[in-house]
Design a protein around this ligand. Structure first.
Ligand code: ATP
Length: 839
């Protein structure tokens, strides 16, 4: 449980087999045989449930938080609960809670994953252990270890799967005192190129060039092999540790943001073991098993690992091959048809380990921190899916050997003999030499096949080039045939275009005019609006002025009326007084006139009576009385006339005064009225002038507007008519042009199609012939090659039967010699016994 209780450099513990889903269910991972690593194993050829399928075993390893993660206090989202045997992932991202729990069988990695598989290898199975996971999660640490060195044959506590497996193998073989031969190879797959990490370095070449890329070949039995891959014969664990160290140092590594020493390649370390074993019947058998230890390059999120340029390409290649691996796993799990093994070299190499005859264990590695959550979940899903893959393991090749004759220990071709017969060794040597020769022949044949394949590939490339060229030619031909049609089309299109351009110009002119008009209309609208408001204002003012003047006039009229009334009444009164006065005067006049009349009558009478007297008196004497009376009368009259005169004068003066007052009043009143009226008149005049002007302006504006509108309407009409005419012409032309183009195009197309069909038929026939030729020649070569192979196989078969015969003869001879020896010894024993008795 390294995530929760981190152990630095501890043994590779904390492994689990993920449960099939989030639902906590017991794991179905294959339970390993509980067996001590060094216990000699008795069983041979133990298949998986009598040839049945077994699931791939998947284990999960969570590394402890790194120093950097601890320094940054990176939140841990993986919790491993040893008691409950579960791993929980809990994280809340953007208010979304991710909670997943995986059940596991807690085991320590070595006992759980390595021990059983190493046992299977020693039982003659091919087994694969591979580490898969995000970059920096501890794949290399798991496979190779933390870098500690073995001391006195003891491994350091941080040793990885490979050294532990190696140790176990040797411990078992030593404990069994087994006779075996062991070879190791170390292959690197970088950017889809294979290199041998054990190949001797060429001193003059640079580091990269020292590792020659190698070809991945089909072995004809559904498997693959890497041509030229060195297999070093080894006889001790220490030797393998050295080789592993040397090879690992050559691996492509680089520093990324997620791992200071990130492996940029996939590596496969293979240990092939041949073991000689005795059957209970005493028959000797050779078993061969192979252990592949695969350290995959880490899947990575390029943006998070900080990979740039070359590194990004590496990451792309890594992710590509891992994606293919994922697709292979998915197809195997879902049984969904074609399995895309051939899509990458990695899957071609791992073909037998995934759905093949190999026993496989995947160690999925994860990191505990939150920033790796996405990749962690993806790894967990991947691990969960991979658990459902079923392989059908088969025991490797077993063949019997002769019975050993002496106890001498020797090595031959890396095979460690503890017992062996000299003759058998000789024969074996001869056989091996012959096999070597045959291998050489096979290699040269392989080379031939390679060359042929190369030729075939180059032919394929050539034909592909030719077909490309043909396609280009066809394209140009099409272009050529289309050219004339295109010219016509282009001319017409140009005409149309110019027409359209003109129309577009006209339209834009029209639109700009319309725009201008719109602007003017807008301005007019503003003016009208302004004018309207002003008019309303002015009318209001006018209304107010008129109503004020009306009310003023009304009040003036009222005042005038009142004044007139008061004047009339005062005049009435005065006139009444005057009438009265005049009446009185009249009366007094009348009375005085009457008095005067009376007096005159009296006078007349008196005069008449006394006229004569008077006349005589007058004439003679003019009497004094009469004269006195006359003077009295005259003075009374005079007084009366004077009184009348005074009254009349007074009346006249009063009348005059009253009249002059009235005149004055009238004059003032009229003056006021006149002034008021003239003011009102002036105001009314100005209002009427303004109104008249205003109406004149309105009239003028309306006239101008009407004129503008009429003009613009007529211009619009004219332009629209022109436009319509133009469009009609253009459409007519376009229709004519399209019709004619269609007619021409149909003809041209027919012609072209015929031409292209002819060309295609020709080119296809040519290609077909070429390919047929190629196939024929290839068939021939393959035939030759297979004939050769057959010959070689027959030869090999002959050789093997010859060997068998020789072997049988030798056995017979040996048996004879043995019997002879036995009888000789018996004779000698009898002779010795006889001599002893005699002695
Ligand atoms: N179980 C563990 N205990 C202690 N340290 C570990 C453990 N697993 C990994 N580490 C450390 O984590 C770092 C990264 O490990 P490693 O290089 O093995 O990762 P990787 O998965 O192989 O990465 P890449 O895919 O980039 O090669 C190393 O420093 C290693 O020592």
């Amino acid at each position: 449980m390294e995530a929760s209780t981190p152990r630095r450099g501890g043994d590779p513990a904390a492994f689990m087999s993920p449960s099939p889903s989030q639902t906590p269910r017991a794991t179905s991972s294959a339970t390993p045989r509980k067996q001590d690593a060094t216990t000699p194993r008795k069983q041979l050829h133990q298949g998986p449930g009598a040839g049945g399928a077994v699931n791939i075993q998947v284990l999960l390893r969570c590394r402890p938080p790194s120093d950097e993660e601890r320094r940054l206090n990176a939140p841990v989202v993986i919790t491993c609960n040893e008691q409950k045997r579960e791993v929980s992932v809990a994280q809340s991202i953007a208010n979304k809670q991710i909670d997943r729990t995986f059940l596991f069988d807690k085991q320590d990695v070595f006992n759980h994953a390595v021990v059983p598989l190493v046992n299977e290898v020693l039982d003659g199975y091919n087994c694969t252990i591979f580490a898969y996971g995000q970059t920096g999660t501890g794949k290399t640490y798991t496979m190779e270890g933390g870098g500690g060195k073995a001391q006195n044959g003891e491994l350091p506590s941080d040793a990885g799967v490979i050294p532990r497996a190696v140790k176990q193998i040797f411990d078992i073989l030593d404990a069994q005192s087994a006779e075996y031969s062991m070879k190791v190879s170390f292959l690197e797959l970088y950017n889809e190129e294979l290199t041998d990490l054990l190949a001797p370095e060429e001193p003059k070449l640079s580091d990269d060039k020292s590792k020659k890329p190698m070809a991945l070949m089909e072995d004809g039995k559904g498997g693959v092999f890497v041509r030229g891959l060195e297999e070093e014969v080894v006889s001790s664990a220490a030797e393998i540790y050295r080789i592993l160290e040397k090879g690992s140092a050559k691996r492509k590594t680089a520093e990324t943001l997620l791992n200071k020493q990130s492996s940029r390649s996939h590596s496969i370390f293979s240990i092939t073991i041949h073991i000689k074993e005795c059957t209970p019947e005493g028959e000797e058998m050779i078993k061969s098993g192979k252990l592949n230890l695969v350290d995959l390059a880490g899947s990575e999120n390029v943006s998070r690992s900080g990979a740039r340029d070359g590194r990004a390409r590496e990451a792309g290649e890594i992710n590509k091959s891992l994606l293919t691996l994922g697709r292979v796993i998915n197809t195997l799990v879902e049984h969904s048809g074609h399995i895309p093994y051939r899509d990458s070299k990695l899957t071609r190499l791992l073909r037998d380990s995934l759905g093949g005859k190999t026993k496989t264990c995947i160690i999925a590695t994860i990191a505990p921190s939150a920033h790796c959550l996405e990749e962690t979940l993806s790894t967990l899903d991947y691990a969960h899916r991979a658990k459902h893959i079923k392989n059908k393991p088969e025991v490797g090749l077993c063949f019997s050997l002769c019975q050993p004759e002496d106890d001498e220990i020797c090595t031959n071709q890396g095979f460690v003999y503890r017992n062996g017969a000299p003759q058998a060794r000789k024969d074996f040597q001869a056989m091996s030499e012959k096999l070597d020769r045959l291998e050489l022949v096979l290699e040269s044949k392989d080379k031939q096949v390679d060359e042929l394949q190369g030729m075939y590939e180059s032919q394929k490339v050539l034909s592909a080039n030719l077909s490309d060229k043909l396609q280009i030619l066809e394209f140009y031909l099409c272009l050529y045939f289309q050219f004339s049609l295109e010219n016509v089309l282009v001319d017409e299109a140009q005409k149309l275009r110019s027409e359209l351009e003109n129309t577009a110009g006209d339209l834009s002119g029209l639109f700009s005019k319309l725009e201008r008009k719109g602007k003017i209309e807008d301005a007019n609208k503003t003016v009208v609006r302004h004018f309207h408001s002003q008019l309303t204002e002015d009318l209001g003012l006018l209304h107010r002025t008129v109503s004020t003047s009306v009310s003023q006039q009304e009040s003036q009229l009222k005042a005038l009326e009142e004044r007139m009334q008061s004047f009339v009444s005062s005049k009435g009164k005065v006139a009444g007084g005057l009438q009265e006065h005049v009446r009185k005067l009249k009366e007094s006049f009348n009375s005085r006139i009457a008095e005067l009349h009376g007096f005159a009558e009296q006078l007349k009478l008196k005069s008449h009576l006394s006229f004569e007297k008077i006349n005589s008196h007058v004439t003679t004497h003019m009497s004094a009385s009469y004269l006195h009376m006359y003077s009295e009368f005259s003075s009374v009259l005079m007084q009366c006339l004077k009184g009348l005169l005074v009254d009349a004068d007074q009346l006249l003066v009063e009348l005059q005064n009253g009249l002059s007052q009235q005149e004055l009043n009238f004059a003032n009143f009229f003056k006021q009225q006149h002034e008021e009226l003239s003011r009102n008149l002036e105001r009314s005049k100005s209002v009427s002038t303004t109104t008249v002007n205003f109406f004149r302006t309105i009239d003028a504006h309306t006239l101008v507007l009407i004129k503008i509108l009429e003009e613009s309407q007529s211009a619009h009409k004219k332009q629209l008519l022109e436009l319509q005419k133009k469009f009609e012409v253009i459409f007519a032309e376009a229709a004519y042009f399209v019709n004619s183009a269609l007619v021409v195009a149909a003809d041209e197309e027919k012609y072209l199609m015929e031409k292209i069909a002819g060309l295609l038929a020709e080119s296809n026939a040519r290609k077909k012939n070429m390919v047929q030729d190629d196939i024929c020649s290839l068939d021939k070569t393959v035939c030759e090659h297979s004939n050769n192979m057959q010959t070689q196989t027959t030869k090999l078969h002959d050789f093997t039967s010859c060997m068998r015969e020789q072997w049988e003869a030798y056995m017979e001879r040996a048996e004879e010699a043995f019997h002879q020896n036995v009888s000789l010894i018996e004779q000698k024993r009898i002779f010795f016994m006889e001599n002893l008795q005699q002695w």
